[in-house]
Write a protein that binds this ligand. Structure first.
Ligand code: NAI
Length: 296
C-alpha cells in the first residue's frame, strides 16, 4: 500500500512508540491524528509537529471508553477524512509476581492493552470495510507476545492475547483489502516507565508499585538503551507498505524464539501412540493437517 495522503489515527501518539510512528508517517505524507490520555504528552507532541512544519490533530482520549472512542473517530474523520491507517499503540505496564497482583492490576492492564485495541478495531475497521478503499491496522504487541518472563505475567498475558487477536483479525479482514500487522518491540527508549501515572482513580489499588521515582529510575535504566521510537517506526512503515504480518525488529531475540519453538515441537505426542490419529486426519480438524486423498 502507498501511505501518502492517507489519514492515520495513532493511540498513544503523544509519547514513545506512538509518537515515533506519528513523526515517521507524517514525513511519509500521511495526515496524522494522535490520541492520548495524557494532555502533557499531547502538548509536547504538538510542539514537535509545529516546530517541524507538519500538521497534527491531537485528541484527548481514554481508549478503554468505547463511546468516547467513537466520538473521537467522528471528530478526526470530519476534519482529516476517512481513517485508513489505525495504530493501536497505547499500552501500559506494571510489573511484579503474579500472586501479588490485585484485581485492579489486572483490570487496568487488560482494559488498556487488550480492550483498548479491540475498541480501536471495532470503531474503525467496519468503516474501512464499508468504504472499500482498503486500509491497514498495526497492533502493538511486544516480544512478550512470544516470551514469558517472571514478573511480567499480566503484561505478558495482555500481549499474548493481542497476538491471537491480531492473527485472527488478519485472516478475517484480508478479503476486504485490509492489512494487519503485529508490532513486537523489544526495549524502546520511551516513557513507559511512567505508565502508572495514567492509571485511573478507581483502579489504584495495587499489589505492586505506584508513582515511585526510584522505581521509575530503575525501569528507565532498562529501556533507555532501547531502540529509538523513530527507528522502530521505520520498520513499521516498511511493514505497512509490504503488508507484513509480523514486525520483528530485534534480531537479538531470534534464538530465544527458536528455543521456544523447538520446545513446543518436541512436546507433541507421537501419532503411533494415538489410536484415533488416522481417524481425525481423514476428516481434518480446523487448523490441523488433513490427509490428502490418494489419486487413482
Ligand atoms: P509511553 O508511555 O511512552 O507511551 C504510551 C502512551 O500511551 C502514553 O502517552 C500514555 O499516556 C498513553 N496511554 C496510556 N493509557 C492510555 C489510555 N487508556 N488511553 C489513551 N492513551 C493511553 O510507552 P511506549 O513504550 O511508547 O508504549 C507504546 C506501546 O509499546 C505499548 O503498547 C507498549 O506495551 C509497547 N512496548 C513498549 C516497549 C518499550 O520498551 N518501551 C517494549 C515492547 C512493547
Amino acid at each position: 500500500m502507498k501511505v501518502a495522503g492517507r489519514t492515520a489515527f495513532i493511540t498513544g501518539g503523544g509519547s514513545g512508540v506512538g509518537l515515533g510512528q506519528a513523526k515517521v508517517f507524517a514525513e511519509a505524507g500521511c495526515k496524522i491524528a494522535i490520541a492520548d490520555i495524557r494532555q502533557d504528552h499531547l502538548d509536547e507532541a504538538v510542539a514537535w509537529f509545529e516546530q517541524n512544519g507538519h500538521a497534527v490533530m491531537p485528541v484527548k482520549l481514554d481508549i478503554t471508553d468505547p463511546a468516547a472512542y467513537a466520538a473521537a473517530a467522528d471528530a478526526v474523520e470530519a476534519k482529516l477524512g476517512p481513517v485508513e491507517l489505525l495504530f493501536n499503540t497505547a499500552g501500559v505496564s506494571v510489573f511484579g509476581p503474579l500472586l501479588q497482583a490485585t484485581a485492579e492490576d489486572w483490570e487496568w492492564q487488560m482494559s488498556v492493552n487488550v480492550r483498548g485495541v479491540i475498541n480501536g478495531v471495532q470503531t474503525f475497521v467496519p468503516r474501512m470495510i464499508e468504504r472499500k478503499n482498503g486500509g491497514h491496522v498495526v497492533n502493538t504487541g511486544s516480544m512478550s507476545s512470544f516470551i514469558a518472563l517472571p514478573r511480567t505475567g499480566i503484561y505478558c498475558a495482555t500481549k499474548m492475547a493481542i497476538r491471537g487477536y491480531t492473527e485472527t483479525l488478519a485472516a478475517e479482514v484480508a478479503e476486504h483489502g485490509i492489512g494487519v500487522s503485529l508490532l513486537c518491540p523489544g526495549p524502546v527508549n520511551t516513557n513507559i516507565h511512567e505508565s502508572v501515572l495514567s492509571r485511573p482513580a478507581h483502579l489504584q489499588n495495587t499489589g505492586y508499585y505506584g508513582a515511585d521515582p526510584e522505581v521509575f529510575a530503575h525501569l528507565k535504566k532498562v529501556i533507555e538503551f532501547g531502540m529509538e521510537p523513530e527507528t522502530l517506526a521505520q520498520h513499521v512503515l516498511k511493514a505497512v507498505e509490504n503488508n507484513q504480518l509480523y514486525i520483528l525488529a530485534y534480531p537479538e531475540f531470534r534464538e530465544t524464539l527458536e528455543d521456544i519453538h523447538a520446545r513446543v515441537m518436541s512436546s507433541f505426542a507421537d501419532p503411533k501412540d494415538d489410536p484415533d490419529y488416522e481417524k481425525r486426519l481423514a476428516i481434518g480438524v480446523p487448523g490441523g493437517k488433513k490427509k490428502e486423498p490418494v489419486d487413482g
